[in-house]
Design a protein around this ligand. Sequence first.
Ligand code: TA6
Length: 301
Amino acid sequence: MKLSPLNKKFGIRGKLEIISEHGGLPVAVINNEFAQTLVSIYGAHVLSFQPKNFSEVLWTSSKSMFEEGIPIRGGIPVCFPWFGPHSSDPEKPQHGFARLQMWKITGTSSLPGGETQICLNLQQNPESQKLWPFSFLAEMIITAGTSLNVAFKCTNTGGEKFSCSDALHSYFTVSDIANIRIKGLKGTSYYNGIAASATSKQNDEYLNIEKEENRRYVDTTAECIIEDSGLSRKIRVAKTGSRVTVVWNPGAENSKKITDMPDDGYKSMVCVEAVNAYDDIVTIQPKESHTLTTSIEVETL
Ligand code: TA6
């Protein structure tokens, strides 16, 4: 990808530059008075968000491959048009194809409040149609300010309705998994691990992560707060357009099996994900859209 025409069209002097990172992937580097934010054009994937006066908020694996055809490990992967394994064909890529495609930048701007915005899109193409036969326009609007706001909008541009799942699968940096607790999910039912129904219920105010966890909470629109006593900060993770929240940590054994994660990677990360899947699949009629957003903000504890 040629960077100079891209920068001519979309660069914002002193605020947004598209560079070649990690062995060749185009990455938008956004600097403003609030934060530094990195967005990979491959996957429309936020890699980093570091607000002024705080350390990195997102977690990206030091062993991530950053190669086309392989999902980036960490940041905010976009899962679309399915979440997890494909329901009938295990050959199809886990979490769909959106994170495995080069997106197009469609616009950048400095907003009146000083935030910086980058918009990207992805449409059906020969590769997507081999995997999923529908016509769509997917748009990502990423706004970096004191908070990071990420909106994924999918429009059905074809002539028949379709059903899909989507997710903003955010990975967060924590001082140590033993130092955190997650608030916001009290009273919520969840599918535990690979369970086929959401029969577990969280009774406690706080979730502590003491082992591998893959909890898929249903029927919740709640904001979650990751309190981190080691970093003396809390990360607020809010969402709209989603009724499922997934909390994932691979635990010690799985961390060793995931080749693009350090063996002890599970200690420094947790995923809190805004999801539509399971009991909350989205059906979009022709010309209609569905929007999923997440908003991430850090505060002193
Ligand atoms: O959201 C949790 C999850 O679906 C886990 O089951 C785990 O596999 C994780 O996502 C990571 O998936 P990935 O395909 O990126 O390795």
